[in-house]
Design a protein around this ligand. Sequence first.
Ligand code: NOJ
Length: 583
Amino acid sequence: MGPGVEGVGPGVGTDPGVGPGMGTDPGVDDRRPAAREARPWWRDAVLYQVYPRSFADGNGDGAGDLAGLRARLPYLAGLGVDGLWISPWYVSPLADGGYDVADYRDIDPLFGTLDEAGRLIGEAHALGLRIIVDLVPNHCSEQHPWFRAALAAGPGSPERARFHFRPGRGPDGRLPPGDWQSHFGGPAWSRIDEADGRPGEWYLHLFAPEQPDWNWDNPEVRAEFESVLRFWLDRGVDGFRIDVTDHLVKESGLPDSAGHHGRPDPWRDQEGVHQVYREWRQVVDSYPGDRTFVAELWENHPERFCRYLRPDELHTAFNFALLRAPWDAAGFRRVIEDTLAAHSPVGAPPVWVLSNHDTTRTVTRYGRADSGYGFDRERRHGLPVDLALGTRRARAAALLTLALPGGAYLYQGEELGLWEVEDIPDRLRQDPVWLRTNGVDRGRDGCRVPLPWSGDRPPFGFGPDGARPWLDVQPDAWREFSVAAQLGAPGSLLELYRAALRLRGAHPGLGDGPMCWLPSEPQVLDFTRPGGFRCLVNFGPRPVPLPSPPDVLLVSGGLVQTAEGTALPADTAVWLRHTLSTA
Ligand code: NOJ
């Protein structure tokens, strides 16, 4: 294996990655446990995030597509995930990688056709995989027909009322109507030219100017999105990931942020947004099967966060607190406890996530001295990274998150241990974050590099006949990280994930349900789950003794022998069979 897994291997204890008894363990039945059958699937599910453009190229044009994804569905079923969340596949000029939607009811020709999407959904279902599609309701593309109509229709028109158009401030209205800033840098307002060619009104865009914000006070907008939900539910999708869930409704009058001392911010988390989700919940509940929502919610306050998960609103939300947390036992424990405490009153299962298409790749993040995540990427970019250390921690974090109560999401390539590609030539960078900050923030392209599937050199089987990928920067070292290189390779991260997902799927105590902390040293997390399961994670530098002999189900690295017996080394997690039922 390559640099990422040095230091983990034979000679340092038991078989790395797979503990004794794996595969033939009489105590673990391969069928889905009865307790889990009795509750909705999304309470326990592990979903795999597909970023279509970078997943697999089926037609050789350099961009990932539905043909590529369909061909790899057996790989995903074999990985052991319960389903896929597919990042936007809709018609889009790709000003923001597809989060700028021009037609919510069709597939972008770059990716395929609506007919293919239907076939993909059917094929996934036949393999036992659920499909969650990405819904982007805060904003659309400037190419969306309703925005084009708004531009053409003029001030005061019903067409403009679907968006936030305002006259400017100052002489000739040349200043923006408010002080809100775009998340991608610069003002959140852009001025248009009216039909007569003169500078006219301004419109709001909390992201890029190519992404005008919808006005959710407008009944037509609400009706349109309800219709979009039904469109995809009718095509058999199992749920929706909701983009920037808390942004849709703005404070009335769009007051300036400066001097706005109240909470929440005027541009998000307004009371009115909850009514939108109550209505959406009724829509999905009117369909057979357990259709579901997962919210993208960067909300720091656990109580505000969980208001979105009340029983008549959304089902789950990504818990980014763990993704932000530096590698530290006390910090992790605090996040886990706060998360469980906040979810408990609303009865929703937590959903754990370590990375996605917006954040630094896990092995890079955990390989830095400052291993937390923040949106201050410009500060962290290029800092020294110890990939071997980051990989050890990422392996341990994988076992930890898959052992915690609730569900989990896994971002494509995370199962391969891919790292952030930081040396992308500027001319190849495409992220609007990079463009809008004039290169200060180097953006998110580094975690969106096309996946390596097989072969000895780039593009590693990403597409047929070696077609050059749209972002042609795969490191040569990925030859050892491709799917083909890792499948069946003892000790590979891919095999660790496969083993963990298989065990998790079959163990009655994992997924949704209680956990119980065991007393431990400060550098260690030690907890049990029902059914005789125990997970230990050692965050500290010193090996931690394990029960003798340890009844190992799975371990993220090698165990070590000390004078006291078998021990768990630094940055390693282990799943044990636990005989004292304390949870
Ligand atoms: C969150 C998405 O994950 C991100 O990729 C996108 O740029 C913004 N929302 C805007 O849609």
